[in-house]
Design a protein around this ligand. Structure first.
Ligand code: FAD
Length: 491
């Protein structure tokens, strides 16, 4: 526990004071500068669907003195996805990584019109009439909004590839509610295993409750496995000493390595680190089905079948297009329909205009733009599109002349447990607003271990979108590092 406290206590504040650049200060300042007496009399009505990375980054760069903004999302808050795995074990509290959309919109006070927020699901778009219909499931009403420009940033959903039983029995790892569910279930499994042990139940039954299986060896699955290992090795050991040796944490991955986006030696490091902490890591293995107690597996190499009992099953096996995105792409038809395979998102050009739908733009995970489905990409896209709107007022000729979007991959990071991380950074791109060229693999700076962990924490800390969340997360890291994670589960 000394290492995280030291890291939180020294490096993080340093990074905070040196790199914390409150985007909103820039934004408020630039709004003041751009208000001109020759504003158009009727403002463009911009409707934004979503309250995630892409939409918030876009929203932050709009000028409410020039456009009327309405944000529609079933989720009334933004949340910081990179720290979601830590929420599942109580390393950080869920409230520390969430930020109300109303708070973000309140920051526009003092401008000529304040953006509106509507907590609802967009259900259909009429591109001819330029309307979007939104339904609020809470009160069962629907609203039709007129738009001049519609920005679709509805993200993606967990993809279970229609594997039988996964939707019913696995917990997804996508939303804040999912991480709270994982947390609640882990604590419940510990208590129920303890009761089974006290009642004299079979060792097999106790162990089944304590077998936690994570499917998907990408960054989300690896970070969750690492967090669960940390939780067991530093907290459960103290509170449930009779159970600790019976706990098993398994990570299952279909391809031949975990963290496939990283260099092979980094994947190997991550795998060894998880094994060192007591996790089972199985690669080349596909989940073919699940029921209430068992997961069925297929070995991708020798095609042998097997099954394992589980107490908790978490799915981090990939993402796919939301039904709303699929329905809209199908409605547009033409080039939106893939020649083969499933529909994965809305096809857009290099300025995020949706092919076949005038005045509709799409960004982030719901768009097929050539960028990876990451927060880093969605944030850059929102930033680009916000600037494009400000600089062109969406006038066709000006949009044509505007520079096309170029994604800059600044690198990838993942936490692998026991205060260690892996990092693959394109340092030559850092510190420049418009870096030239994409990062080449040969330009990577690859780090692993405690140093990478310090960078992982510092970077994710400094990239948080609000001061409030930064202080809350810093506080949580210090508290969980010093006093251990909270094991009460009132949620
Ligand atoms: P989202 O952020 O998912 O936002 C979509 C929004 O649309 C949500 O507010 C949703 O409620 C709303 N919405 C959904 N349906 C509708 C509808 N019908 N009408 C209106 N609104 C709707 N990326 C990184 O770069 N680094 C990381 O470390 C990282 N870690 C991650 C960890 C986890 C656990 C997860 C799940 C993802 C992580 N990602 C990370 C990926 C990253 O979070 C996504 O790529 C990013 O959130 C995409 O942004 P987005 O704006 O497209 O969608």
């Amino acid at each position: 526990r000394v290492v995280p406290v030291l890291v939180a206590g020294t490096l993080v504040p340093t990074v905070f004071f040196t790199t914390a650049r409150d985007e909103w200060i820039d934004h408020a300042y630039s709004i003041k500068k751009t208000v001109s007496p020759n504003q158009p009399t009727r403002k463009e009505r911009v409707v934004i669907l979503g309250s995630g990375w892409g939409s918030l980054s876009f929203l932050q760069r709009l000028d409410p003195d020039k456009v009327d903004i309405t944000v529609v999302s079933p989720r009334s808050f933004f949340f910081y996805t990179p720290l979601l795995a830590g929420c599942s074990t109580g390393t950080v509290a869920s409230t520390s990584i969430t930020e109300s959309m109303r708070w973000h919109l309140h920051r526009f006070k003092g401008t000529s019109s304040r953006p509106l927020f509507l907590q609802a699901h967009a259900s259909s778009i009429d591109v001819e009439k330029k309307t979007v219909t939104c339904g609020s499931s809470a009160v069962g009403v629907s609203t039709t909004l007129d738009y001049d420009q519609l920005v679709v940033a509805v993200g993606a959903e967990s993809n279970t590839f229609n594997i039988k039983g996964v939707k019913e029995y696995a917990t997804m790892m996508k939303e804040v509610e999912d991480s709270l569910k994982v947390r609640r279930e882990v604590l419940e499994k510990l208590e129920s295993a303890n009761s089974l042990l006290a009642s004299g139940a079979s060792d097999e039954e106790v162990r089944r409750h304590l077998h936690w299986v994570v499917v998907g060896g990408g960054p989300t699955g690896v970070e969750l496995t690492a967090e669960l290992c940390d939780f067991v090795n530093s907290d459960v050991r103290d509170y449930f000493p009779a159970l600790t040796d019976k706990i098993q944490i398994s990570l299952i991955e279909g391809t031949g390595k975990v963290l496939g986006v990283f260099a092979p030696h980094i994947s190997e490091y991550a795998r060894n680190k998880l094994l060192e902490q007591g996790a089972n890591v199985t690669t080349n293995c596909f989940v073919t089905g699940a029921n209430e107690k068992t997961v069925s597996l297929l070995n991708a190499v020798d095609k042998s079948k097997s099954s394992i009992d589980y107490g908790l099953l978490v799915w981090a096996g990939g993402i796919g297009a939301r039904p709303f995105t699929r329905a809209f792409a199908t409605q547009i038809g033409g080039e939106q329909l893939p020649k083969k395979g499933p529909l994965r998102g809305l096809k857009v050009d290099n300025k995020f205009r949706v092919a076949g739908a005038d005045n509709v733009w799409a960004l982030g995970d719901c768009a097929l733009s050539g960028s990876p489905p990451t927060a880093q990409a969605a944030y850059q896209q929102g930033k680009y599109l916000g600037r494009l709107f400000r600089e062109t007022n969406c006038e066709r000729e000006k949009v044509e002349e505007h520079d096309a979007f170029e994604f800059h991959n600044y690198g990838s990071l993942a936490y692998v447990g026991s205060s260690s991380a892996v990092a693959d950074l394109k340092l030559h791109l850092w510190g420049s607003e418009h870096p030239a060229g994409r990062g080449q693999d040969s330009d990577s700076t690859v780090l692993e271990g405690k140093g990478a962990f310090a960078i992982w924490r510092s970077l994710y800390f400094s990239k948080m979108l609000s001061m409030k969340n930064r202080w809350q997360v810093l506080f949580d890291w210090c508290m969980s590092g010093t006093f251990g994670r909270d094991i009460s589960a009132p949620y």
